[in-house]
Write a protein that binds this ligand. Structure first.
Ligand code: IMP
Length: 182
């Protein structure tokens, strides 16, 4: 993990290694397991980016009474948010009275998170919490702070471990950061 990668003409350097990621996934899983002991939450994996984190987190949780569902929101074009958040795939399960934990890859401006939570509240769940792999605290336009955060990172574009640049580089096992923006 020492090479510079080029994706769509942008250069990326290694940022978070597999071991470091797995260590934080285990920490977040332990926190959630502890907080939801005796409960049967529904996890909501936000497609596309969160599918790798969600797969690792969900297996690490080993909460056999829980379920996982998939929703899809879209706001990004290239490396910029469009500011308009659209729901593209919705829920297929009744979440009324249920404890919901959203699993997201990254919280940047917080607009997607706020929109998603607003939408979900209308379905009357018992509770909603938010777990994210990455949090770009300095980019927040909403003041939204996730309940579970694996890593807080600088406001630079990252790819790998599910995160993409125009659909590319999701399958990198490690997380790479844009070194042209620094
Ligand atoms: P927000 O609505 O601005 O918080 O953006 C959330 C969404 O933007 C995430 O689910 C990602 O799809 C995308 N995003 C934000 N920053 C990055 C990044 O650094 N790499 C890849 N996708 C990103």
């Amino acid at each position: 993990m020492n090479e510079i990668l080029t994706v769509n003409g942008l250069r990326f350097k290694p940022f978070l290694r597999v071991d470091t990621i797995q260590e934080q996934v285990r920490r977040v899983a332990a926190e959630i397991r502890n907080d939801y002991e005796g409960k049967s939450p529904i996890f909501l994996c936000v497609l596309n980016g969160a599918f790798v984190f969600a797969a690792d987190l969900y297996r690490e949780l080993a909460m056999t009474n829980s379920k996982i569902q998939f929703v899809k929101y879209s706001s990004y074009e290239g490396t910029n948010t469009t500011g308009e958040v659209k729901q593209v795939i919705g829920l297929s399960e009744n979440v009324e009275g249920k404890d919901i934990i959203i699993i997201e890859d990254i919280v940047d401006t917080g607009l997607t998170a706020v929109k998603m939570i607003d939408d979900l509240r209308k379905l009357n769940p018992a509770s909603i919490r938010f777990a994210t792999l990455l949090h770009k605290q300095e980019s927040s336009k909403t003041g939204f702070v996730p309940d579970y955060i694996a890593f807080s990172i600088p406001p630079l574009f990252v790819v790998g471990y599910g995160l993409d640049l125009d659909g590319k580089a999701r399958n990198l096992p490690e997380i790479y950061i844009n070194c042209d923006e620094e």
